[in-house]
Design a protein around this ligand. Structure first.
Ligand code: SAM
Length: 224
């Protein structure tokens, strides 16, 4: 598949249900491909902190498929928090914790977690190109501070890759993001990797995904 996905979640484009659940069509398309990677990179148990959960449909889907894990969704947007809560209730999910209001640009975001809650993994799908670069910086620094040795930080989305031109679909998507906000745009995987290294992560595993997306799995290194 080479066609670029449309921008995944936009409350202006995705009217809420009566109970404030939002629908992100891209989440329905990419959730099973992401789940198949998660099955091999997530630890068998523990809490997965999701940053930028959006509608919450990913968290509910992954939680239902991975019952030995607990998911902690989060987002800065009140409409997203309401949607996540709506999907959780509707699914009767017992392994999805209440969503946290969490903005990755706030350097104090790790303090948003309840005392004693240490994530076994952090997952962030389709956020870093639809937020200012400060959100990537905050995400990586906070994840580096929170995650124990060996725990994964998993990013999913379209990236620029060093030495390679953007695929036409990703180039058009990048242009549309920059038009919407000059601070948005596809991130360079080399720059993200360098920032992750400074935050205590090793060389990532990079997994090609449908529609020219990548899953990028960083592991927290010992003593960092
Ligand atoms: C394109 S949506 C992706 C939502 C969901 N992960 C998905 O794939 O369906 C981008 C999400 O990033 C969130 N977001 C934007 N800026 C953020 C920030 N600084 N910190 C955390 N989340 C942010 C938005 O509120 C929105 O839910």
């Amino acid at each position: 598949m080479t066609q670029q996905e449309p921008a995944p979640w936009d409350p202006a484009l995705a009217p809420a249900d009566a109970d404030r659940r939002l629908h992100a069509p891209a989440a329905a398309r990419n959730r099973d491909a992401i789940l198949s990677v998660l099955r091999s990179v997530l630890p068998p148990a523990g809490t997965v902190l999701e940053i930028a959960s959006g509608s919450g449909e990913h968290a509910i889907h992954f939680a239902s498929a991975l019952p030995d894990l607990t998911f902690r969704p989060s987002d800065p947007a009140p409409e997203a928090l309401a949607s996540i809560a709506g999907w959780t209730t509707q699914a009767g999910a017992t392994n999805v914790l209440p969503p946290l209001r969490l903005d990755a640009t706030d350097s104090a975001w790790p303090g948003t977690l309840p005392p004693g809650e240490t994530p076994a993994a952090i997952l962030c799908i389709n956020m870093i190109h639809i937020a200012p670069w400060a959100a990537t910086e905050g995400l990586l620094r906070g994840a580096g501070a929170l995650l124990p040795t060996g725990a994964p930080l998993i990013l999913y989305g379209p990236f620029r890759r060093p030495g390679r031109p953007l695929e036409p679909g990703n180039a058009a998507f990048d242009a549309s993001l920059r038009e919407r906000d000059p601070a948005f745009g596809l991130r360079d995987l080399g720059e993200v990797t360098a920032l992750a290294a400074a935050a205590g992560f090793g060389t990532p595993e990079v997994i090609e995904m449908p529609a020219n997306n990548l899953t990028v799995v960083f592991g927290k290194q010992a003593g960092r």
